[in-house]
Structure formats: C-alpha cells, structure tokens
Design a binder for this molecule. Structure first.
Ligand SMILES: [Zn+2]
Ligand SMILES: [Zn+2]
Length: 363
C-alpha cells in the first residue's frame, strides 16, 4: 500500500549563512529522491540537540545550504515506498534520530551497530551517495529509509519522545553495552541535556547512580532526576581517591573527553571498569594519557546507538513511564532563533523540543 500525500517541495527553518546562524529563515526545498524503501514522515515535533548548534554555527565546517538541522524527529508516516517491508503502516507515529542511512549489509550493520557502518549518513548536512545533502527535522516533512524510522509507544508523548532519538540513545547505548543494572555503580559526568537523561535511565535500569558535576549547582535537580549520590569535582578535587574502587561504569556526557582528568577518574574505577565518552570530538582533538593511570580500566568513545537499542530505550521509557525534562518552543524563525540562543548560553532545563508544526507550516 502506498500513498502520496506529501508535497513536491518541503518547507523548513534553515540556516543560510553560518555567520548569521542565529537568524534562520523559512525556506522551501527539494526533498531527496524517493527510493523504493523510503518513507515520508509528516513532522509533529523535533528536539533541539547540541549538534544542531555546532552544525548551524559552522563548527563542523561549511555545510551545504539551505542547512535544515534537527535529528530528534517525531511524526506520522504519510507515504511508503513500494519495497517497504519493515512493518510500518501509513499513520504510524515514528521517530527518526541522528542517522538516516547505512549499508544494512556489512557485519556492523548486521550486528545492530549501524552507527559504526562506514556508509553512515547523518540526518542533516551530509551527502548521500547520490549527492543529495541530507535535511533534518526543522521542517514540515522528512524523507528517510524506513529502517531508520522507529515506532513510538503510545504512552510516550511526542515532545518527550523526540529527545530520546539522539540525546537519549546516545547515553542509553553505553549504559546498555556496559552492563548498567542492579548491583552496579554508575557515574554520569555532566548534568546537561544528555546527562540528565543518563541519570533517569541508569536509575530505571537498577544501578546505584552518581551524578558527577563541576559544582553543586545542579545537586537538587540531579537528586530529583534519580541520582543516589552527587560529586562536585571542583569542591573535591581529589574525589578519585575518596571514591577509590567505586565505579563499574562512568559515562562522560561533558563537552569533550579532554575535560576528563585522567589523573583522578581512573582511581575511582573498579578493575575492569569502563569510562565511556559520548562526546563528538573535535577533528584534531588528541588525548594525553599516562598509561600507568589506566591499570585495569578501559576508555572508549561511543556513538549514538543502533535501531534495536533505540527500540529498547523506548521500551524502558514506556514501561517505567519515565519523564525526561523538556521545555517546548514553537517551530518558526523566532522559535528556532530562541532555541539556538538559549542553547548557546546553556539556558535550558534540560532539553528543548520544537512543537506547533501544524501552525507554522499550514501557512
Ligand atoms: Zn544529536
Ligand atoms: Zn553497514
């Protein structure tokens, strides 16, 4: 069954010039060619991720314009390609995260590691093989391969589902892959958009949870979010010694792995413990480490999560009725400008979702 209720051209709120990124403009754009496994989704809302700000501001180079960012997309399936066979139906509510393509054929893809596939295409600002530069969710519609659209359980409201698609899965995947659960002591470094979700998920998975932040400013929030303990690293510079042999897992949700003091953190790890960063490193970033400090401890960098893991996350959130902390803003030139400006200042508790798509795009 196919239908074609999506328009020939899509509309979005786009960055037209990196230098003027805080003044996005409403534009019409050509969607990507429609392939037999593609679907069209009419977008209902979209989360605002830190990556959107980096891409818009030009931190990741000069991306093709119009640049329509947004990779925490929730919407309704309105068109199915003739070869679609993933079970999606017209009218299904689905989410799309930060990945819209991979080969689906290599060992990595076959083992649910799509984000690590060499053919990875990210949701906006990257060219597909046919040359089309991908466009994200600050738009009325998105066209993607069906594999990367995940059904949203009924009891998760759309504005709370959106941030799960990138920020949420990014912290959930390393928790899941490193045994977060009952009997485990898990630290989350950096209590922001992603870290706040990390506290909620780690608690729901059954771990004893430590929020690790520079100061005590976010202590009250962290405890409300599910932390059992709070460590202010600036106030206890030698916390590694105080918490010697404590952690099974620490997930670093700070800006950069180079923010982590590797003279301190490994001391707090159990033998066999894992320090996992979810940061997107700057291209030329280099780690300086004394191997001696890493005795018995592993360090790695994680990227997003596979589609199977996204489904597991949605399941966890649905079954436990978890509520992440989200502020909403209406989509539009003004709303996106506000989201960009406030994200740039770190003025959000703890994540934005852009809503009111029908109002903006029915004009
Ligand atoms: Zn993201
Ligand atoms: Zn692959």
């Amino acid at each position: 069954m196919t239908s074609s209720t999506s328009p020939a051209k899509f509309q979005g709120i786009a960055v037209l010039d990196h230098k003027d990124w805080k003044n996005p403009k409403k534009v019409e754009f050509e969607p990507k060619p429609f392939y037999p496994n593609d679907i069209d989704i009419k977008i209902e809302c979209c989360g605002v991720c830190g990556s959107d700000i980096h891409a818009a501001a030009g931190h990741w180079g000069d991306l093709e314009k119009p640049l329509v960012v947004g990779h925490e997309v929730i919407g309704t399936v309105v068109r199915l390609g003739e070869n679609c066979n993933s079970g999606l139906k017209l009218g299904d509510r689905v989410g799309v995260g930060a990945q819209v393509f991979s080969c689906l054929d290599c060992e990595r893809c076959k083992s649910n590691n799509e984000p690590y596939c060499p053919s990875f295409v990210t949701t906006y600002g990257q060219s597909y093989k046919d040359g089309y530069s991908s466009k994200g969710g600050y738009a009325d519609y998105i066209r993607v391969h069906e594999h990367f659209a995940v059904p949203i359980p009924e009891n998760i409201p759309s504005h709370l589902a959106a941030p799960l698609m990138c920020g949420g899965i990014t912290v959930f995947s390393p928790l899941l892959r490193n045994g977060c659960g009952p009997g485990k002591k898990v630290g989350i470094v950096g209590i922001g958009g992603i870290g706040h979700m990390g506290l909620i998920f780690a608690k729901a998975m059954g771990a004893e949870v430590y929020a690790i932040s520079r100061t005590s400013a976010k202590k009250e929030d962290a405890m409300k979010l599910g932390a059992d303990h709070f460590i202010a690293t600036k106030e206890e510079p030698d916390w590694g010694t105080k918490y010697f042999d404590t952690f099974d897992l620490i997930v670093v949700c700070a800006n950069s792995l180079t923010d982590v003091d590797f003279n301190v953190v490994p001391k707090a790890m159990k033998v066999g413990g894992n320090i996992v960063s979810i940061c997107v490193p700057e291209q030329n970033e280099v780690l300086n480490l004394k191997p001696f400090g890493l005795l018995g401890v592993s360090i790695s960098n994680s990227a997003l999560g596979g589609v199977k893991e996204i489904k597991e996350l949605l399941d966890l959130v649905s079954k436990n009725n978890l509520k992440i902390w989200v502020e909403t803003l209406p989509i539009g030139e003004e709303g996106v400008k506000q989201a960009f400006e406030r994200m740039d200042k770190g003025d959000v508790k703890y994540r934005f979702t852009l809503t009111d798509y029908d109002k903006e795009f029915s004009k």
